[in-house]
Ligand binder design. Structure first.
Ligand SMILES: Cc1ncc(COP(=O)(O)O)c(C=O)c1O
Length: 379
């Protein structure tokens, strides 16, 4: 056995979609990006979306959109991927590491209130593994303190939380289409918001700050009726990067988006099998209060005190596993922002991420469950 931890589910539909981009001979930022943005807005139920080359880029320019004064602070959970905490740093702001909730591993509301100071201007909650952060409470705190909220939705895609899709609760939501995520474009990301003006303002930042992309100039300004339009002319009014999504990625994204509801259902079914399979184990417990009927999860994991032994045992059986994540402030780079996070310290040492991907077979799940049962008794 050789069971991967994550694996994208790609096939004929994606190949045909790429073929289409080849046939049109437009593989850069073009009409397919636009089409994917529209479809994404429909899918999550927001007014406007912006296609990027990663969620890291989305988070960075989401922070940029608000024009915060350098040196101020943004609160992020202490257990997350580096991209969440880099977003403020890229913008000359400081991350404030907030402790996590013991059960859900999302931002602790109590610690958020405790660590708040007047220098804090925004919060980036993460829906850890896909489990929703407590958005009502976070938003009401943000409203009281006049803070912006950027949702890091890298681990979820399309989950409905109390009547609204995750990613549409805050001012901006950022999704990832990197290869391990709920759906993929190879690498890719999407920013979404109901504030069309805000997204229009920040849109040029994804392409060097240029206010007209190549597709716009090709389709609109080159039009014969606009003979006098300066099709070559553009303006740069804000700091920009090379962060755009391209038509190859968007073509794959459109094909994946069609499959996403079915892929999400398969993920839920796998999590249900895992939960049923481990419910009678004595020491191995689910990492989160998973609700696969309600939410969309990119990761599944367990908690086990003998974590490292379990990881080695699974490896001996050909089962890949992981740890998501150790508290960010433990990395040498982030140490300068270390602060007190006793819950994160206590819980992260028991985390084990297990294989979760759409093409995982029922036999493979059974094999993993048997290995877990053996480990629960033996280690
Ligand atoms: C919580 C979180 N935020 C952001 C990202 C960044 O996503 P991307 O790889 O698309 O830049 C990731 C990627 O794993 C993530 O796990």
């Amino acid at each position: 056995m050789n069971i991967r931890l994550f694996k994208p589910s790609l096939g004929e539909a994606e190949l045909q979609a790429i073929q289409g981009a080849f046939d049109r001979s437009w593989v850069g930022l073009g009409d397919k990006v636009r089409e994917f943005e529209k479809e994404w807005s429909k899918f999550v139920g927001c007014k406007s979306s912006l296609g990027l080359n990663s969620a890291t880029a989305a988070l960075q320019i989401a922070v940029q959109a608000f024009g915060f004064t350098p040196g101020k602070k943004i609160m992020v959970p202490s257990i997350t991927f580096a991209a969440t905490a880099f977003a403020p740093i890229y913008n000359d702001l400081e991350p404030v590491f907030v402790d996590v909730d013991e059960d859900t591993v999302s931002m602790s509301l109590e610690d958020m209130e405790r660590k708040y100071t007047k220098d804090v201007l925004a919060i980036i909650p993460v829906h850890y593994a896909g489990h929703p952060a407590q958005m009502e409470q976070i938003l009401s705190f943000a409203k009281a303190k006049n803070l912006k909220v950027i949702e890091d939705c890298a681990h979820t895609a399309g989950a409905n939380y109390h009547g609204k899709t995750l990613g549409t609760w805050g001012d901006i939501g950022c999704y990832s289409f990197e290869e391990k995520k709920c759906m993929t474009t190879g690498d890719g990301g999407m920013m979404c918001s109901d504030d069309e003006e805000l997204l229009n303002y920040i849109k040029p930042a994804r392409w060097l700050g240029i206010n007209k992309d190549g597709w716009m100039r090709y389709t609109s300004d080159m039009n014969a009726e606009k003979a006098n339009a300066y099709h070559w002319h553009y303006e740069i009014s804000l700091l920009g990067y090379k962060y755009n999504m391209n038509d190859l990625a968007a073509s794959i994204g459109l094909a994946q988006l069609k499959k996403l509801p079915a892929m999400n259902q398969r993920r839920s079914a796998i999590i249900r099998s895992y939960m049923d399979g481990i419910k009678n184990l004595n020491r191995i417990k689910p990492l989160l209060p998973f609700e696969p009927e309600q939410y969309v999860y990119q990761m599944f994991g367990v908690r086990f005190q003998e974590r490292d032994k379990l990881i080695l045992f699974l490896k001996s059986k050909g089962i890949a596993s992981g740890v998501h994540y150790f508290p960010l402030y433990k990395h040498p780079y982030f140490r300068q922002w270390e602060n007190d996070c006793p819950v994160a310290e206590k819980i992260w040492t028991s985390f084990v991420t297990l294989p979760l991907h759409v093409d995982l077979s029922d036999e493979e799940i059974q094999y993993i469950l048997e290995a877990l049962a053996e480990a629960d008794k033996m280690i």
